[in-house]
Write a protein that binds this ligand. Structure first.
Ligand code: MN3
Length: 203
């Protein structure tokens, strides 16, 4: 059985970028529902028994559509919460990551712009990701709860940074202004975590 992860901070810790109300619904209701619905699939499919979430995601083509949607939902939200940290306690991109970003996108500003556009341009619900693919940085967006670790998804790579652009991620605070949420998002990126994920991904 899968469990809802503990948040690495309190529900108001990401204010003013993500307020406690949004966090309470997003983590306490939406994320919890993905966990509950994934566990319903575990009850139906003995092949899910004893697997790690990562194993399920990497072999998602073997499982049901509900497992893809809810397993992805659990994995992506776990990843997202760990990608965030309170304003002023969120570190900075390492020298190695900054160099790779400049090589891939021309400048840090251009990288941010491209990432924001990937999020803003995702029609409907989904995610924008910074991934390492063949040791190079790439920005992609995925629909629904898909990610680039899924064998069934067309783009492959190790995620290092993600932002949730489902309306539930921002609507209580930002209403229809997804682009404004994406601009504010940079204030709470946990660069220490992103640096660590980058270092592991290029090994
Ligand atoms: Mn969400």
């Amino acid at each position: 059985m899968f469990k809802l992860m503990d948040l690495p901070y309190s529900q108001n810790a990401l204010e003013p970028v993500i307020d406690a109300d949004t966090m309470s619904f997003h983590y306490g209701k939406h994320h919890q529902t993905y966990v509950d619905n994934l566990n319903k699939e575990v009850e139906k499919d003995p092949n899910l028994e004893g697997k790690t979430l990562r194993e399920v995601i990497e072999n998602i083509s073997k499982y049901s559509v509900a497992t893809r949607n809810n397993g992805g939902g659990v994995f992506n939200h776990n990843f997202f919460w760990e990608n965030l940290a309170p304003v002023g306690k969120n570190g900075e991109p390492s020298e190695a990551l900054t160099k790779a970003i400049n090589e891939a996108f021309g400048s840090f500003e251009k990288f941010k712009e491209t990432f924001e556009l990937a999020g803003a341009g995702r029609f409907g619900s989904g995610w924008a990701w910074l991934i390492v693919s063949d040791k190079k940085l790439k920005i992609v967006s995925t629909p629904n709860q898909d990610n680039t670790l899924m064998d069934a998804y067309e783009v492959k790579g190790e995620p290092i940074l993600v932002v949730d652009v489902w309306e539930h991620a921002y609507y209580l605070q930002y209403q229809n202004k997804r682009a404004a949420f994406l601009k504010d998002f940079w204030q709470i990126v946990n660069w220490n975590k992103v640096n660590e994920l980058y270092n592991n991904a290029i090994k």
